[in-house]
Design a protein around this ligand. Structure first.
Ligand code: HEC
Length: 199
């Protein structure tokens, strides 16, 4: 019976037939095209160079480059504002600056959401969006609470983790959450306080 399944064109099989045979099947020795093998060996070579430089050697990782960029960004932002002091004028000025709030959101997301929720609505920690506060009478009090914590009630102390400018940034972020509408607000705790004032 004619073999219609295999390509019978003699030009198609340029290699010689290999020695081995299994279940009556024989193989032609058709090597991969040169360009294909060349790319294959190049990728292996590249992997060695890449690994040696970036993983073992001095090449900067993506994370490190990001950290450096972020550091430069913060420096530029702080440079514009001067030193960040925990005074109401600075805190409230920051809290109305969308760019600074973007930067502050990074700190908040990484450290506060487990207890206060991503939108500040509160979980084990209180809702930070409403007008009721337990330990806060004015905007500077936020700085105190965040710095020192209320350790006995489960609010950690953050002054050993963050520099003063970072604490001021977090304070302004909390101040800016007030008046926003969280998805699942926790019931108010503490007493209602007047709006933030600069003095
Ligand atoms: C492990 C849980 C936890 C984490 C993490 C946490 N908090 Fe709290 N936080 C609490 C608890 C609990 C309270 C309430 C303390 C009390 O009952 O007096 C609180 C209170 C506060 C208050 C005062 C609210 C009020 O009504 O008096 C502020 C402001 C605050 N947290 C900000 C932050 C910020 C900013 C971060 C991140 C840097 C943070 N918290 C991280 C648990 C946490």
């Amino acid at each position: 019976m004619a073999d219609t399944f295999h390509n019978q064109d003699p030009k198609f099989h340029q290699g010689k037939i290999l020695e081995h045979e299994s279940d009556g099947i024989q193989e032609f020795d058709n090597p991969m095209p040169f360009w294909w093998s060349a790319i294959f060996w190049l990728t292996i070579g590249f992997a060695y160079v890449y690994f040696t430089y970036f993983v073992i050697g001095v090449g900067a990782s993506v994370q490190r480059e990001y950290q450096v960029d972020l550091g430069v960004f913060y420096q530029e932002q702080f440079g514009k504002l001067g030193e960040l002091k925990p005074i109401p004028a600075t805190i409230l000025k920051l809290s109305s600056d969308p760019k600074m709030m973007k930067a502050a959101q990074g700190l908040y997301s990484a450290n506060c959401v487990v207890c206060h929720a991503a939108d500040g609505g509160g979980l084990t920690g209180p809702n930070l969006c409403d007008n009721e506060y337990i330990n806060v009478k004015n905007v500077e009090d936020i700085f105190k609470v965040v710095s020192v914590g209320i350790v006995s009630k489960g609010m950690p102390q953050w002054s050993n983790r963050f520099s003063e400018p970072q604490l001021v940034l977090l304070t302004s972020y909390v101040a800016h959450l007030r008046g926003t509408t969280p998805a699942a607000p926790k019931a108010p705790q503490g007493v209602s306080i007047p709006p933030w004032i600069t003095k």
